[in-house]
Design a protein around this ligand. Structure first.
Ligand code: SF4
Length: 222
């Protein structure tokens, strides 16, 4: 086997564990894994249309629609008119839906313990490697667009001389290091298509101060 297949095998083993944990947690809350993912999405990101949920979760629209219908019957989700489009409706998590989401949104202790066996440097390297792999899957259209730093208009990679904190988040106006790269950030906004490549190349390793920073984002929070 090549290193590629060793890595793929390792990822598959971790994926198997996570899938079985997702099933176990969702089952304990009387949900399917897709229902649990919908509740988590509505709770974290607010009301959404079925089409947006399907896109965010990487499932077909009928699958998202069936799961949403089951959640409505269970009282975890309510459908309200979309104020932006009278013909459309938005799904909202109810109070019981938010409680169910909290029950199923806990990372397994076994996984956190396994991550804990890595040293700080190993975690930072692993996180950067995951960022590269996830971004490539996104570029190839294999997974939906991810809300991660490497594709965010607020990300300023390698703009600081401090090796411990070379990157900058323009949303919170703070420097940060590789170990704090986000793979699923609520504040993420996609970079313009024309800036995305320069952003990525800067992230991949242009020395501090030489990277072409993407244009300043507008409407940034401080
Ligand atoms: S807003 Fe979030 S995703 Fe964007 S750069 Fe800041 S931390 Fe990263």
């Amino acid at each position: 086997m090549t290193t590629h297949t060793h890595i793929a095998t390792g990822l598959a083993k971790i994926g198997l564990f996570l899938r079985s944990e997702n099933w176990r947690q969702a089952d304990a809350a009387d949900l399917s894994p897709t229902q649990a993912q919908i509740l988590a999405h509505l709770t974290r990101r607010g009301p959404a249309r079925v089409t947006a949920l399907a896109e965010a979760l990487g499932v077909t629209q009928p699958t998202a629609s069936d799961a949403a219908g089951a959640l409505i019957r269970k009282g975890h989700v309510a459908r309200h008119p979309d104020p932006d489009d009278a013909r459309a409706s938005l799904l909202h998590a109810t109070a019981s839906g938010r409680r169910a989401a909290a029950e199923t949104a806990v990372w397994p202790d076994a996984l956190l313990g396994a991550i804990d066996t890595l040293g700080a440097d190993e975690r930072a390297i692993f996180l950067k490697a995951l960022t590269k792999m996830i971004r490539e899957l996104q570029v190839r259209g294999a997974i939906p667009v991810q809300r991660m730093c490497a594709t965010c208009r607020f990300f300023r990679p390698n703009v600081h001389g401090d090796p411990a904190a070379p990157h900058h988040c323009a949303f919170v106006d703070a420097a940060f290091g590789e170990a704090s790269l986000r793979l699923d950030c609520d504040e993420h906004e996609p970079a313009d298509t024309s800036d995305a490549d320069a952003l990525w190349q800067s992230f991949l390793g242009a020395p501090a101060g030489q990277a072409d920073a993407p244009p300043a984002a507008t409407g940034e929070a401080s």
